[in-house]
Design a protein around this ligand. Sequence first.
Ligand code: OGA
Ligand code: MN
Length: 294
Amino acid sequence: MNIKTRKEFPDFVAFVSDVDLKDDLTVEQVKKIDDAINKFSVLVFKNQNINDEQQVRFTKYFGEIEASGNKSNITKASDRRLSTDLADVSNLDKNNKPFTQNDPRRIFNLGNRLWHTDSSFKKIPAKYSLLSARNISKEGGNTEFADMRSAYDNLDTKIKDKVESMICEHSLIYSRQRLGFDMTQELSSDEIKNFTPVEQPLVRTNKSTNRKTIFLSCHIGKIRGWIRPDSMCFIDDLIEYATQSRFKYDHQWSQNDLVIWDNRQTMHRARAFDDLKENRDMRRTTVLGEEKLL
Ligand code: OGA
Ligand code: MN
């Protein structure tokens, strides 16, 4: 296995080659990948022509799978295209046709265009995400990543002190509100309970490396003890700061790329493409986090 980094950003994003993710991996290989995730936060594997079962098997080397169900999205079980081991991050319905413009599932998925960390709205937020590009768009559809360790390290001391013990509420309702999509109007009162806000600290420590990160996400709608408008202004300023080009990597997909990112120390977002016409088939497996943060 070979791990290469970029000259200008030696500790963020690495490219892993000489490993076939279809194969059984040795304990040493798994440890090498896991250590690299801790160190580089984002790993890119090229030419990994895997199916769902192989993706799930590879993911389980790193922990338990976080199921994609009614706490993760608004797709009914009977409308799913993929098993609940996979988050369907495509723009496709179960007949592999692009969602039409006003389909609530399409509009819900547009939330991935906002900077976020996966499942920060769950009591135990996600650890790693593994995204496999089965079919890519001809134009657009990049994914951007931002390094929340460097963003934390480069904060002014005053801001570091201010955020140190801040606690934020995260919910899919908040991120979708930013799109003008009011889930409370679309869903029944029973369904909406799945999306009750969850509190998370704004500063967290990666226990494997002891490095601090800012745990930001567009799912944040409120800071504990603050009113919502002040919270939104403060969080948006932080997101703008933390996603400057000096902290960012822009991934342009090739078919069969697999990218792993560490949700404890990065944010990411999808970029626009012609989703009413093109077929972008991206499938994500997610490694469950290991702990509640509060
Ligand atoms: C995800 C996600 C971005 C993309 O899989 O969690 O946000 O570019 N994907 O599809
Ligand atoms: Mn995501």
